[in-house]
Design a protein around this ligand. Structure first.
Ligand code: FA5
Length: 341
């Protein structure tokens, strides 16, 4: 019997070494140390031994049971650690993997351009003044010196509403009148940004809806030199310190004298290229000294007050700055275009 116990012990140790999972271990335990396990079954045969041999056998069984229990505990610990290691490597988190990129929103290129313009004029003391998109014919035209049937109205065909004399504004200049009414008789230094609408043929350079930024300064002793200085400083801040500007005589009913400002081409440095049509100059804005009639319509006495005004188109500026050849891209909502800014 002792020999049989030894064989059982030996066999159990071998089986235990082969147990690789919790299930294997449970089965091994049941078959070896459990109530109906091999060791237990052997002890039941103790009755067949001589009385003297029984205590010796009993001691040996206890030693074998203890040894097997210890071997089981050690193996169970090994299997547990191995299972844990396998689980950890299977679920491994590779912290060196780059994360998934979250698509981020961004500002529309025109919003970016407008904000750049606000910054430059803000530094020169101009406040943003918001006027309205839906305007009266009186504010949009008449008080700006465009009488009814005046040929200058031809330059800006409007969108009309069902209400007589209420139109979508064709330019931001009407805001000059509103700002003057509000600030009168204080001096004024404002920019007026916003959307404008014109009933025009849509082309690569002209939209029926586009933004403008208007500027207005009214006060005592404001001269054309102030206009030139302000706008030249703007051009240098916006397009580079080495930019030159030039002013060409022009016509707007609400300014006198009127001019258009060109800036030396920042793409070819004035040498001549496709964008500046080989002239070395880019047209940026319209401007002039506020017409006495307009000052009067705003509540200011033109004998004591003077002022200058200007109007520029952020789309055209962004087109020049980024080399965009079609204005329609700005409002087409094509992400392939918008994501480039
Ligand atoms: C005006 O609208 C004047 N109110 C500007 C002004 C203000 C002059 C104050 C003097 C004093 P003009 O029509 O040129 O002027 O338009 C000014 C700018 O708006 C243009 O240079 C251009 O950049 C932009 N613009 C005009 N029409 C369109 C259009 N259809 N599509 C896109 N941009 C346009």
């Amino acid at each position: 019997m002792l020999e049989e116990l030894e064989q059982l012990h030996e066999a159990a140790l071998q089986q235990l070494a082969a147990a690789n999972s919790g299930d294997d271990l449970d089965n091994w335990y049941k078959q070896t140390l459990g109530r109906k396990g091999s060791i237990q079954l052997l002890t039941r045969k103790v009755g067949s031994l001589a009385a003297d041999d029984r205590p010796i056998f009993g001691r040996n069984v206890n030693i074998a049971k203890k040894a097997l229990q210890e071997a089981y505990d050690a193996r169970a610990q090994q299997v547990k650690m191995a299972e844990l290691a396998a689980k950890i490597s299977a679920e491994a988190l590779d912290v060196t993997l780059p994360g998934r990129v979250q698509p981020q929103g961004r500002l529309h290129p025109i919003t970016q351009t407008m904000r750049a313009i606000y910054r430059v004029f803000g530094d020169m003391g101009f406040q943003v003044y918001r006027s309205r998109d839906v305007e009266t014919d009186e504010i949009n035209f008449e008080l700006l010196n465009f009488p009814p049937h005046h040929p200058a109205r031809e330059m800006q065909d409007s969108f009309y509403t069902n209400t007589p004399d209420v139109i979508l504004r064709t330019h931001t200049s009407g805001g000059q009148i509103r700002a003057m009414h509000e600030y009168h008789p204080e001096p004024i230094r404002v920019i007026l940004p916003g959307m404008c609408y014109r009933n025009e043929q849509i082309t690569t350079r002209s939209e029926i809806q586009f933004t403008q930024v208007e500027g207005l300064a009214v006060g005592h002793n404001i001269t054309f030199a102030d206009l030139k200085g302000t706008l030249t400083e703007f051009a240098r801040r916006m397009f580079g310190e080495e930019r030159d500007t030039r002013f060409r005589a022009s016509y707007f009913p609400f300014t006198e004298p009127s001019a258009e400002m060109d800036v030396s081409c920042f793409l070819c440095d004035g040498d001549g290229c496709q964008v500046c049509k080989y002239t070395g100059w880019l047209e940026i804005l319209g401007c002039g000294m506020v017409h006495p009639n307009v000052l009067r319509n705003g509540g200011y006495d033109p004998d004591t007050y003077t002022g200058f005004a200007f109007g520029l188109g952020p789309e055209r500026i962004a087109m020049l700055k980024y080399g965009i050849d079609d204005i329609r891209l700005f409002w087409a909502n094509d992400l392939r275009f918008l994501e480039q800014f």
